[in-house]
Each structure stands twice: as structure tokens, then as C-alpha cells.
Design a protein around this ligand. Structure first.
Ligand SMILES: C[S@@+](CC[C@H](N)C(=O)[O-])C[C@H]1O[C@@H](n2cnc3c(N)ncnc32)[C@H](O)[C@@H]1O
Length: 212
């Protein structure tokens, strides 16, 4: 993965210089804070591994500069990855990075989460994207086979713990596991499973199945 990190950083510093996709441009720091921070949750959580194996599909919401989607896609070439990001500039930039890095298992979609429909089983990831209160309730789905993994900092329970109870009719807390990433702040991987399929919406939605 170190070679992957070097090539990733090189694309950011040359083809995409000036776009400010990350402010971490030191090689060692980039490797730890972006690459390992993206893959260590997978390497350290048996539940995350099991869920990805079961669904075969990871949807990363709000991937920004490509994290965790691109490092995970490199690590897991047999899994299909779909990224959903609301800023077109980031979608176009990350498409270019994925191309340059030779990743063929990644599809990047310009959409807001609220306009997207999970109509196939999937494992959803969110890294540094808002709170569970903001995002879990807007996950449109026609299948109950959805699990969600959120990459969080150390104070998740303090900040968002009260919400777990309020959301429990629709989302069951699976695990809150500490993840070790050298050189970064303490990390937790918080996971939920969908408990139901809500009633349909009249909005026209972008379907996950279109990208599989
Ligand atoms: C703080 S960045 C995190 C980027 C990346 N996951 C990381 O850890 O480096 C949050 C990203 O989520 C995207 N985002 C926020 N709300 C969204 C929504 N409702 N649907 C899709 N993307 C969203 C933003 O455009 C932004 O790129």
C-alpha cells in the first residue's frame, strides 16, 4: 500500500495541483492519515469484513478526495465499489485518480445521498461525513440488507450516543469498535444494520442497481 500511497500523492501534486483535495501532502503523514486510516477499519474489524463479503458491494458516501473508497478498492479488487458524492468537482477529480491508479472496480456517481436508492444489498461507509442523525434517516432503501459503517473519532458516544436510542426503530447498533491507526487520533468504527424497509417515496431516485 505504500507504493499506492506514493502514486496517489503524485497524482494529487501534479495533475490535480491547486484543487486542494487534501491538505496532507507529506508522504508519511498521507500514508498514515489517509491510506491506513481508510483500510485499517477493514483489517481490524471482523464484522466489517463479514458484511462486505456478504453483500459484495461497498457504497462510500461523501468520498471527498477519494477516502476511504480508493484505498479500500485497491485492497479488495474482487469487491464492487460505488462512490456517491454531491460535489461534481470532487467526483471528476477522483475519477481521474482512480483511472491513473488503474482501479477497475470503482464507479463514481455525482448524487446526493437523499437522491440515491439502495435497491440491492450493500455495505455503506461514511468517513468524516456528518452525524448519524443527519445521514441514517435519509438512506432510501427497498431492501433490508443494508449495513452502515461510520468512521468516527473518540467522542462518538458523547456526541451522538443519545441519537442511537431515537433511531433504534429503524437502525440497530451492531458494534462500536476501536481501530488503531499509528500517528492519528483514536478511531472508532461504528456500525448499524437496517431494521426495516420504509414506505416508498414519490421522488425519482438514482438506483444502486444501475451501477452494478
Ligand atoms: C469532510 S468531507 C470527507 C471526505 C472523505 N470521506 C474523507 O474522509 O476524506 C465530506 C464530504 O461529504 C460530501 N457530502 C456531504 N453531504 C453529502 C450528501 N448528502 N450526499 C453526498 N455527499 C455528501 C461533501 O461534499 C464532502 O466531500
Amino acid at each position: 500500500m505504500l507504493d499506492f500511497a506514493i502514486r496517489y500523492l503524485n497524482v494529487l501534486k501534479t495533475d490535480l495541483a491547486g484543487l486542494n483535495l487534501t491538505n496532507i501532502l507529506d508522504q508519511d503523514e498521507f500514508y498514515h492519515k489517509q491510506i491506513l486510516d481508510s483500510i485499517n477499519p477493514y483489517l481490524q474489524s471482523e464484522l466489517f469484513q463479514k458484511e462486505i463479503k456478504k453483500s459484495g458491494v461497498v457504497v462510500d458516501v461523501g468520498f471527498g478526495g477519494g477516502f476511504p473508497i480508493l484505498p479500500l478498492a485497491k485492497l479488495l479488487p474482487d469487491v464492487q465499489f460505488v462512490g456517491v458524492e454531491s460535489k461534481r468537482k470532487k467526483v471528476d477529480a477522483v475519477k481521474l485518480i482512480a483511472d491513473k491508479l488503474g482501479l477497475t472496480n470503482v464507479t463514481l456517481v455525482h448524487s446526493r445521498l437523499e437522491d440515491f436508492l439502495f435497491d440491492e444489498p450493500a455495505t455503506i461507509t461514511f468517513k468524516a461525513v456528518g452525524t448519524i442523525q443527519d445521514y441514517l434517516p435519509i438512506i432510501n432503501r427497498t431492501t433490508p440488507d443494508i449495513s452502515v459503517f461510520l468512521y468516527k473519532g473518540p467522542n462518538f458516544v458523547e456526541l451522538e450516543g443519545a441519537m442511537i436510542k431515537k433511531l433504534e426503530k429503524d437502525w440497530k447498533l451492531l458494534e462500536n469498535q476501536e481501530i488503531k491507526v499509528p500517528g492519528t487520533q483514536q478511531r472508532f468504527l461504528v456500525s448499524f444494520a437496517a431494521q426495516n424497509v420504509p414506505r416508498g417515496t414519490s421522488k425519482t431516485l438514482v438506483k444502486l442497481s444501475e451501477f452494478l
